[in-house]
Design a protein around this ligand. Sequence first.
Ligand SMILES: Cc1cc2nc3c(=O)[nH]c(=O)nc-3n(C[C@H](O)[C@H](O)[C@H](O)COP(=O)(O)OP(=O)(O)OC[C@H]3O[C@@H](n4cnc5c(N)ncnc54)[C@H](O)[C@@H]3O)c2cc1C
Ligand code: FES
Length: 255
Amino acid sequence: MIKQERMQVVKQQQIAHHIFELTVQGALANEMAEPGQFVHIRVADSFEPLLRRPISVASIDLEASQFTMIYRAEGRGTGLLAEKKLGDTIDVLGPLGHGFPIEAAEKKAYLIGGGIGVPPLYELAKQLNARGIQTVHILGFESKQAVFYEEKFRELGETHIATVDGSHGTQGFVTHILNELPTDFDTYYSCGPTPMLEAVQWAYPQKKGFLSYEQRMGCGIGACFACVCRTTKSETDYIKVCSDGPVFPAGVVIS
Ligand SMILES: Cc1cc2nc3c(=O)[nH]c(=O)nc-3n(C[C@H](O)[C@H](O)[C@H](O)COP(=O)(O)OP(=O)(O)OC[C@H]3O[C@@H](n4cnc5c(N)ncnc54)[C@H](O)[C@@H]3O)c2cc1C
Ligand code: FES
């Protein structure tokens, strides 16, 4: 059930260049179900910035009633979020949207992420591993400075890193790694910039795939139409990324 709650900050630390890991605690955490869902955060108590910011859930700890987010602090909203300290409270709305269907994977899954699209794949990897699914992680970043959670992903399965400038792992994009890997997986899950999602679905037209879109949002709950995209399902219909997604089967969203 969607809740709105002032959640307490129990951890806030910088883990890479401009990248922060934020853990919050409260009853809302117990509503978390699917990996790939997101929360909508009011970053300040003032009227500006007015709009909430959508951030994915990177890890859930139901026993502690906590969840963790990883975000890049570059704009006004995420910059204010980075100023929150231990003990502060933040206004959180969630969990929102439909996440990755973990039951779709049979034996082996590829998890393909780029930049700030990587965080939701961590909770996904944990939940797939818990079901006995082998996960292979292919993660792309701008540079070595921007890489995060490499070891945490390695603990869950084979992990490949690409950086655009070649300062860590393979030089280039995740697709350079995908070209070298076998296609012996049954399902792929991906989150990242839209051109990356496009390239991934073109690479595996025969596989089951699920893509998470990071569309600009207003309300986050299906009421304002800020996040609409065209869909291949109908010429006249539109889908709302916030409430129909953000995860869609490959081939459904026209980006
Ligand atoms: C479903 C979803 C999950 C996301 N998960 C994460 C995450 O886990 N970690 C992370 O770092 N970022 C994530 N993002 C992107 C994040 O929401 C934006 O980077 C953030 O809103 C930028 O706000 P800002 O004020 O710092 O930047 P500004 O550029 O100052 O923002 C200006 C406006 O644009 C909107 N905006 C800007 N970029 C985006 C964007 N990519 N998507 C949606 N709205 C945007 C903001 O809401 C705001 O209204 C996610 C986006 C979506 C839609
Ligand atoms: S953000 Fe308002 S309808 Fe999706």
